[in-house]
Design a protein around this ligand. Structure first.
Ligand SMILES: Cc1cc2nc3c(=O)[nH]c(=O)nc-3n(C[C@H](O)[C@H](O)[C@H](O)COP(=O)(O)OP(=O)(O)OC[C@H]3O[C@@H](n4cnc5c(N)ncnc54)[C@H](O)[C@@H]3O)c2cc1C
Length: 408
């Protein structure tokens, strides 16, 4: 009889299994793929942004939904412990822009292999190509699991760590939601998060391939503004790039499309500074067309749609530009609006927002409040964060706490 069966060999499941195994429990890890950590291998463009080195107090600010639920998990296993664990397993790390932590080798497979070694060291039995269909209970307690290709395995406890709904080919197909639902758990509908946005606006598509290094994107949700700063990329379907990917998470569960987002193309200038800058630019470029004069300030391809949005004639010359025209330009550059019609499909999302309702999980142990001996970890829980390594830290921290709790 196993003390613990862990369903799902992603970062959360591997960490949970290794932690419980390290406490001397008899642990079985079941993974439906032929390899462990299929999604983990893809993370950070194959480089794996394992965590963020900023103080843990700053983590909740980067968690879009249910950050408070994570307090106990973060207290049990924070970013320093994760980095130390990685080092002890032979994975040295480096810190990049935005305090993002990566393996020095730039290889996510090193992280997967390190976790694999940890599982072996802690005597965790691993079965690959093994999909679980159902969790069995007896009198409100976990009693075992039913495998997809028939077969039952008895156990005292189960850790459900089957991930979310994005990137289905990695194995995250939402099986865990169904298993939890069958046991009476409520699922907050999974929706795409950290995902590019669609628009029907022609001028956006015409700019495909143009990247803006530093813009501020804002969107009004429920009477409040969500804001993100960073790179933006125009694509054939709409908008992408880090600033857009991050702002999309605020729209996941609250947005009613179509909606308008506002882009500040030059966030480092106040309106006053930009006005001054534009006057200086006009002074410098007397005799030229307005569209050519603006080229030093913004990418050339962006200028015609910008002038159109500002209601200014493409043939207007600098010398003809009035004070009102400059005001219109400033407003358009600081508040360029794009009508958003929806998200790209959930399969293309970096994560899904939604999952097991946190109200039904004890945050101090990650045990179900409905079924004794059932634990949850990782993306299956209704917690989601911005990019920067926060989502993997959530997976590792909740994996650790659930494994430690299940081993008690
Ligand atoms: C392209 C991409 C890049 C990303 N980059 C980063 C990054 O750099 N940094 C970061 O913090 N986050 C990143 N993320 C997010 C991060 O990968 C996830 O948050 C994390 O993998 C969630 O871990 P998990 O263990 O909960 O779930 P998963 O990693 O999805 O693992 C779940 C596992 O459960 C298995 N499983 C599912 N159903 C069953 C079943 N019925 N029986 C048995 N096994 C089952 C699956 O096969 C899978 O292996 C990225 C995501 C994507 C898609």
């Amino acid at each position: 009889m196993y003390d613990l069966i862990v369903i799902g060999g992603g970062p959360a499941g591997m960490m949970g299994a290794a932690t419980a195994g390290g406490s001397g429990r008899k642990v079985l890890l079941l993974e439906k793929n032929a390899v462990l950590g299929k999604k983990l291998r893809l993370t950070g463009n194959g480089r794996c942004n394992i965590t963020n080195s900023s103080p843990m107090e700053d983590f909740p600010k980067n968690i879009v939904n249910n950050g408070k639920f994570m307090y106990s998990s973060f207290a049990a296993f924070d970013n320093v412990r994760l980095i130390n664990l990685m080092r002890s397993l032979g994975v040295s790390v480096k810190i990049e822009k935005g305090c993002r932590v990566f393996p020095v080798s730039d290889r996510s497979t090193d992280v997967v292999e390190a976790l694999w070694r940890r599982l072996r060291e802690n005597n965790v039995e691993i079965r690959l190509n093994t999909a679980v269909e159902e969790i069995m209970t007896d009198g409100g307690r976990v009693s075992g699991v039913v495998l997809k290709n028939s077969g039952i395995i008895a156990c005292r406890r189960v850790l459900l760590a089957t991930g979310g709904m994005s990137c289905r080919h990695t194995g995250s197909t939402g099986d865990g939601y169904q298993m939890a639902r069958m046991l009476g758990h409520s699922i907050i509908e999974p929706r795409p998060a950290l995902i590019p946005l669609l628009t029907g606006e022609r001028w956006v598509k015409d700019l495909r391939g143009v990247a803006l290094e530093n813009v501020r994107v804002r969107v009004a949700i429920g009477g409040r503004w969500a804001e993100q700063q960073g790179e933006l990329l125009f694509t054939h379907f709409g908008l992408s790039g880090p600033a857009i990917i991050n702002i999309s998470s605020f729209l996941s569960r609250n947005a009613a499309f179509p909606l308008e987002i506002k882009i500040d193309l030059l966030p480092h200038f106040s309106e006053e500074q930009l006005t001054g800058r534009l006057y200086a630019c006009m002074e410098h470029n007397r005799g030229k067309y307005l569209k050519n004069a603006l080229a030093g300030l913004l990418p050339q391809k962006l200028v015609p749609p910008l002038l159109e949005k500002a209601g200014l004639n493409q043939q207007k010359q600098v010398d003809q530009a009035s004070r009102k025209d400059i005001e219109k330009l400033v407003q358009t550059i600081k508040n360029l609006s794009v009508n958003i019609s929806g998200f790209r499909p959930i399969n293309e999302a970096i994560i899904s927002s939604g999952g097991i309702d946190t109200k039904e999980i004890n945050p101090s142990t990650l045990e179900s409040k409905k079924i004794k001996g059932l634990y949850f970890a990782g993306e299956i829980i209704d917690v989601d964060a911005l990019t920067g390594g926060y989502n993997l830290q959530i997976a590792f921290s909740s994996g650790y706490l659930s494994g430690a709790s299940a081993a008690k």
